[in-house]
Design a protein around this ligand. Structure first.
Ligand code: DC
Length: 228
């Protein structure tokens, strides 16, 4: 695939800090930003709204195929699915609870991966997800796998919930994070794993600012020395 644009793939588990780092990075580089998790959440939201069974892979695949997710804005934060503009709905607990099930379905993945590739073909982009470096954009100029321990990631999510005024029990958040990790990394199609050529960044002892600084440094190095 010939291309003259910049592509940065960021993958990693729940609450590793990918979203914050990816947005900051895209802003600094003046690239488009796309959090692909939003697309899986949009299809999950639509499935819940239409009362589609989470066990019906054919129906879920058809839903994703017939309802392209439209993402507008430099940070792709204006989301339109099934003719409806959605925002905070995508972060509701019910979507949280079902999104891993929807993202296991191959036909859903195929539809969304194609849309993600189409967007990347037209933009300098920082794309964030679980399978960006391995499946969606294997030719990315730089692949980063951002991670942190289960405890640290659960603590971050728990604090985020409290800051949003949501009720949250730390042990429950930890259990849910662990379950989502397991579903994401054990699914047959596009499991969450670092690409062989990814730079693995453990953020346990790093602030968000430090993470962004390290990535920017790495991007500058890879510009000078070719592919990272
Ligand atoms: O990053 P997030 O929590 O918003 O992602 C929501 C779900 O979508 C998560 O359970 C994994 C799935 N996902 C995926 O399978 N592939 C991606 N590229 C992005 C997200």
């Amino acid at each position: 695939m010939a291309r003259n644009v910049g592509v940065i793939a960021i993958d990693g588990p729940v609450a590793a800090g990918k979203t914050m780092a990816g947005r900051q990075l895209a802003k600094q580089l003046n690239f488009r930003y796309l959090d692909t998790g939003v697309m899986y959440r949009a299809i999950t939201w639509l499935a819940l709204k239409n009362a589609t069974s989470m066990d019906d892979e054919t129906a879920l695949g058809a839903l994703a195929g017939e309802n392209p997710v439209r993402l507008d804005g430099w940070n792709s934060d204006q989301v339109l699915v099934g003719g409806v503009s959605v925002g905070p709905e995508l972060r509701e607990a019910e979507v949280d609870h079902h999104v891993s099930l929807v993202s296991r379905v191959s036909a859903v993945r195929r539809a969304l991966v194609q849309q993600q590739r189409d967007i990347a073909a037209q933009n300098n982009i920082v794309m964030v997800g679980r399978d960006i470096g391995t499946v969606v954009l294997p030719d990315a100029d730089l692949k980063i796998f951002i991670t942190a321990s289960l405890e640290e990631r659960s603590r971050r999510r728990w604090r985020e919930f409290l800051a949003q005024g949501r009720e949250a029990d730390f042990q429950q958040v930890l259990d849910e994070t662990k379950t989502r990790d397991e579903v994401d990394s054990k699914r047959a199609d596009s499991p969450l794993i670092p690409a062989e050529d990814a730079w693995v960044l453990d953020t346990d002892c790093l602030t968000g600012e430090q993470v962004v600084d390290l990535i920017v440094q790495r991007v500058n190095e890879s510009c000078r020395g070719g592919k990272a």
